[in-house]
Design a protein around this ligand. Structure first.
Ligand code: BGP
Length: 482
């Protein structure tokens, strides 16, 4: 089968905290993510953003016990970025989605001036991409809120954080504007409702009730919606040629069966975990179903008088999303399994990864059609891939036929969606190179078509090796044959 769209963007995505390392080098400050210790998993299919006590986070600052914090080390991209971008180019990538670490640019959150050394690092990275003719999509905040902002301002619960973020965004527009094609203010903006630490920089262990937690997560999220809208407004003035998008973790679920009570359960679940976020940023309005939910659950969001107008006037140019898996929903829950951000019902028709994420390429076609029908905005698949336990074989490679199958089956479904008439303009796999896992902190959850020689404790040479999928992707970029 030939992939039919010629000007489609193909590439890979990474995030600063999962690759850079150099957590305290050249003026960078700590982020909340870098304060979470590595704990080996007992059960891989049952592990998810486990709650860490606030005291443990704080103890990590001095780290008297010598614990391991994987996101402080990443895969040493800070020093090896040239080698990595050269490999990205060699694989045939024509777009790279990367993120900037806020804590490298404004280490104290409220510094008067940006940190020059931090700016220089990203200028070098962006120049490398420019020279190699790789387009760039930049995420401004990929879960990595600086700890300084958590400590001084209470993270995204404070409206002052909107101003700090706006100043950070303005700096990026001024400094990097000419080198960036697409901007995403937030990664997976729906994270706020799953993990308040990772989503909005507020310690989970400080909430006393479910209602307190829900109020906080929706308030922090509202502040992020406003921040995103204001960033788009500013970006359109400062970078008129760039495009501005959202990024949502797309959790596609199916009703377990055709019983209407399960269908309606699934619909309301989809509204809460998926549509709500797209509706606010693409339609510019809080949808009626969420207002009902807020009323019934006693959730009260503090808004300023022109907030709703700001949202309405500054909707996104395009919609980007991550898609890894799907799950089922039923009123009486059956067997559950892990997935990206969620636990969901098992689907008897699907196989799952070692972490329990259920592999569903057709779900991607469904998702693309649904999003296109609903919003009529260009779509971009910002993350998709499979994490696997892997070791190098005697030829210093990994024969990752399962990854080739995963990718090619998803690519085929993108092709089908394009034939359905969906306007989808690009795809960045998670990830071109092995990185530290966002949810489990493991290095051993490997997604890359490039193997990185580090273990879960950052032991190893850090050397890079091409897997079989690297050659497969390279060939696909030449032939567009699937
Ligand atoms: C998404 C995040 C990524 C990434 C990916 C895979 O939610 O945006 O940062 O890591 O999921 O998840 P994990 O690393 O937990 O396997």
């Amino acid at each position: 089968m030939k992939f039919i769209k010629d000007d489609f963007l193909w590439g890979g995505a990474t995030s600063a905290s999962q690759i850079e390392g150099a957590y305290n080098i050249d003026g960078k400050s700590l982020t909340l993510l870098e304060m979470k210790e590595f704990k080996p998993l007992k059960d891989r299919t049952n592990n998810h953003f486990k709650i860490t006590d606030k005291k443990e986070f704080l103890k990590s600052i001095e780290n008297k016990d010598g614990l391991h914090y994987p996101k402080r080390f990443g895969i040493d991209f800070y020093n090896r970025y040239k080698e990595d971008i050269t490999l990205f180019k060699e694989a045939g990538m024509n777009v790279y989605r990367m993120s900037v670490a806020w804590a490298r640019i404004f280490p104290n959150g409220d510094d008067q001036k940006p940190n020059k050394k931090g700016l220089n690092f990203y200028k070098n990275v962006l120049n490398e991409c420019k020279e190699k003719n790789i387009k760039v999509m930049v995420t401004m905040s990929h879960f990595d809120i600086p700890y300084s902002i958590v400590e001084k301002y209470g993270g995204w619960l404070n409206r002052k954080t909107i101003d700090l973020f706006l100043k950070y965004a303005e700096t990026l527009f001024i400094e990097f504007g000419e080198m960036v094609d697409y901007w995403l203010p937030f990664n997976e903006i729906n994270m706020a409702t799953w993990s308040t630490e990772t989503g909005i920089g507020v310690f989970e262990s400080t909430f006393k009730t479910k209602n307190e937690r829900e109020n906080a997560s929706y308030q922090g999220l509202h502040n992020q919606f406003i921040a995103q809208a204001k960033v788009i407004e500013l970006g359109k003035k400062l970078c008129p040629l760039a495009k501005f998008g959202c990024m949502v973790a797309n959790i596609t679920t199916y009703s377990l069966n055709c019983n209407p009570i399960n269908e309606i359960e699934n619909l309301t679940r989809q509204q809460k975990t998926r549509w709500f976020f797209y509706d606010v940023v693409a339609r510019g309005k809080y949808p009626t179903y969420i207002k009902r939910y807020f009323e019934e659950e006693n959730i009260n969001i503090k808004m300023e008088k022109d907030d709703l107008e700001i949202l309405e006037k500054n909707v996104v140019d395009f919609i980007s999303f991550s898609y890894y898996m799907s799950a089922t929903v039923a009123v009486e829950e059956g067997e559950q399994t892990a997935g990206n951000l969620i636990f969901g019902g098992k689907n008897p028709y699907l196989k799952a990864s070692e972490w329990g994420w259920q592999i569903d390429p057709i779900g991607l076609r469904i998702t693309l059609n649904e999003l296109w029908d609903r919003y009529q905005k260009p779509l971009f698949i910002a993350e998709n891939g499979i994490g696997v336990l892997e070791t190098l074989n005697e030829n210093n490679t990994v024969d990752d036929d399962y990854r080739i199958e995963y990718l090619s089956e998803h690519f085929k479904q993108i092709n089908e969606a394009i034939k359905d008439g969906v306007d989808v303009f690009g795809y960045t796999m998670w990830t071109p190179i092995d990185v530290v896992s966002a949810s489990t902190n493991e290095m051993s959850k490997r997604y890359g078509m490039i193997y990185v020689d580090y273990d879960d404790y950052h032991n190893g040479t850090g050397n890079r090796f091409k897997k079989k999928s690297f050659d497969w992707f390279q060939n696909f970029m030449k032939t567009k044959e699937l």
